[in-house]
Design a protein around this ligand. Structure first.
Ligand code: UD1
Ligand code: CA
Length: 472
């Protein structure tokens, strides 16, 4: 296939979305809508990909920064025809077929575009566009044919006569047009329609008038051409995208116990033989290794899980790294900067933030570890808290290898606990502890013999008198 140039139309605001955000930036399975058209274009032998932007161009540009595309500014978006015309200077030296894609129709597959291009070539057409026949064509431009079935026009719904509205064949918004015809035609466009816009679709009638070769290709799978004009369309499309992503992971060897309730965003990578329970969300650039188990009601966002990691029910993990065999939860929260080395274990009701847990170390219950560096084979007892914040600054707690921390200890950072030390339960540690020592800081226990027994007796006699404390 010889090369083509691709133009992606993304300049419209998308009024019907009722959003502050321009339509093409709305995410679909974690990826901005605009990326879907670009991804398809990149799979084609397309020499150049030009994206036409206008509304919120400053917000769109950074999203496209890492993409091999040229950006053209439409200024005031005056219609789809006006949008394509803005690419004329950039394509002045280009001779050949120009592929035009609507960025708000993200489900189109590269196979469908390819087959449209192939028929265009075979027919040696000047203009080919993709159509579909829908049971409910509302919202789309209708394809009008003469009595012999030859296309004569595309009429927008808002401009259509009742008999034209009854037509169920619609324009899907994908075109391939020879450059020799395209720009001349666009310059002739008039905005004499209900919306006072320069319609790209009017080039169809112009091609007919000029006696050029016009051709249509019909899409097989109707799902592919759903345009997103409002929130309901967006949700419908996103469901389909999640389903496609789930199917792909299952094909590649991942078990999803209930694909309808497992939401895996587009950029997530998952290794073979990983098992995912219902009601799980995997977001962003998360990478999940092989043989992992992820239980229900868990959200994992931009994390790296290596091989054989287990995340139990109801956990929230963000921007964290879990090495081979690490275990988390149930009910744990790993905040950004958490690093669990091999076989480390975070149990229930534990929160971590910028915390490193060395190989084989454990924090099994009710704990907060923030700004903490914890060595290997450390046991963190229930209820341990690193007091990392003094109200102004954050400070670090360092706990070296093989330390044993008893339950309910607090570390008032900055503080360092030497290798092999033991921290007595209930201690508030404010000073560094040397290696191999015991640190204890708790009030001495007092025992008052028979005190409770006397109180019981006093109560029994109905006496008001209180049991006095103090020495016998
Ligand atoms: C368009 C087609 C319609 C087709 C439908 C398919 C026209 C006139 N109509 O209608 O026949 O059935 O798509 O989904 O083309 N855009 C710009 N600049 C503009 C206006 C729009 O770049 O000035 C972009 C939008 O961002 C969008 C695309 O072009 O990605 C389509 O625009 P939209 O206003 O959604 O057209 P539709 O009414 O859906
Ligand atoms: Ca549209």
């Amino acid at each position: 296939m010889t090369t083509i140039a691709t133009v992606i139309l993304a300049a419209g605001l998308g009024k019907r979305m009722q959003s502050k955000r321009v339509k093409v930036l709305h995410p679909i399975a974690g990826r901005p809508m605009i990326r879907y058209s670009i991804d398809a274009a990149r799979k084609l032998p397309s020499d150049r990909i030009i994206v036409v932007v206008a509304h919120q161009a400053e917000a769109v540009k950074p999203i496209l920064a890492d993409q091999p595309v040229e950006i053209i500014h439409q200024g005031r978006p005056l219609g789809t025809g006006h949008a394509v015309l803005q690419t004329e200077p950039a394509l002045a030296d280009f001779r050949g077929p120009i592929l035009i894609l609507n960025a708000d129709v993200p489900l189109i597959t590269v196979e469908t575009i390819r087959s449209m291009i192939n028929t265009h070539r075979k027919q040696e057409a000047d203009l080919t566009f993709l159509t579909a026949t829908l049971s409910d064509p509302s919202g789309y431009g209708r394809v009008i044919r003469d009595s012999e079935g030859r296309v004569i026009a595309v009429v927008e719904e808002k401009d259509a006569q009742p008999h034209q509205r009854a037509v169920r064949e619609i324009n899907t918004g994908f075109y391939i047009v020879e450059s020799a015809f395209l720009f001349g035609a666009l310059r002739e466009l008039k905005a004499d329609n209900t919306q006072q816009e320069y319609y790209l679709t009017d080039i169809v009638t112009m091609a007919v008038r000029q006696g050029l070769k016009l051709n249509t290709a019909e899409v097989g799978c109707l799902e592919e051409i759903i345009g997103i004009n409002n929130r309901a369309d967006l949700v419908r499309i996103e469901k389909i995208v999640y389903r496609r992503i789930a199917e792909r992971h299952m094909t590649e060897g991942v078990t999803l116990l209930d694909p309808d309730t497992i939401w895996i965003e587009a950029d997530v990578v998952i290794g073979r033989d990983t098992l995912i329970y219902p009601n799980v969300r995997l977001e962003g650039a998360s990478r999940i290794g092989e043989d992992c188990v992820i239980r229900s009601h868990t959200r994992i966002s931009n994390c790296r899980l290596e091989t054989g990691v287990t995340v139990n029910d109801s956990c929230v993990l963000a921007e964290s790294v879990l090495e081979d065999g690490a275990t988390v939860g149930p009910f744990a929260r790993l905040r950004p900067g958490t690093m669990l080395h091999k076989g480390a274990k975070i149990g229930n009701f534990v929160e971590t933030k910028r915390a490193e847990l060395g190989e084989g170390s454990k924090a099994n219950h009710l704990t907060y570890l923030g700004d903490a560096v914890i060595g290997k084979e450390v046991n963190i007892g229930a209820g341990t808290i690193t007091c990392n914040y003094d109200g102004i600054r954050k400070h670090q707690t360092v706990i070296e290898d093989e330390v044993f921390v008893g339950s309910d200890a607090q570390f008032v950072a900055p503080v360092r606990i030497g290798r092999g030390a033991v921290i007595g339960a209930g201690s508030t540690i404010t000073k560094d502890v040397p290696p191999d020592s015991l640190a204890l800081s708790r009030a001495k226990q007092e025992v008052k013999k028979d005190w409770a027994k006397r109180r019981k007796k006093a109560k029994g006699k109905g006496k008001k008198e209180t049991v006095k404390s103090g020495k016998d």
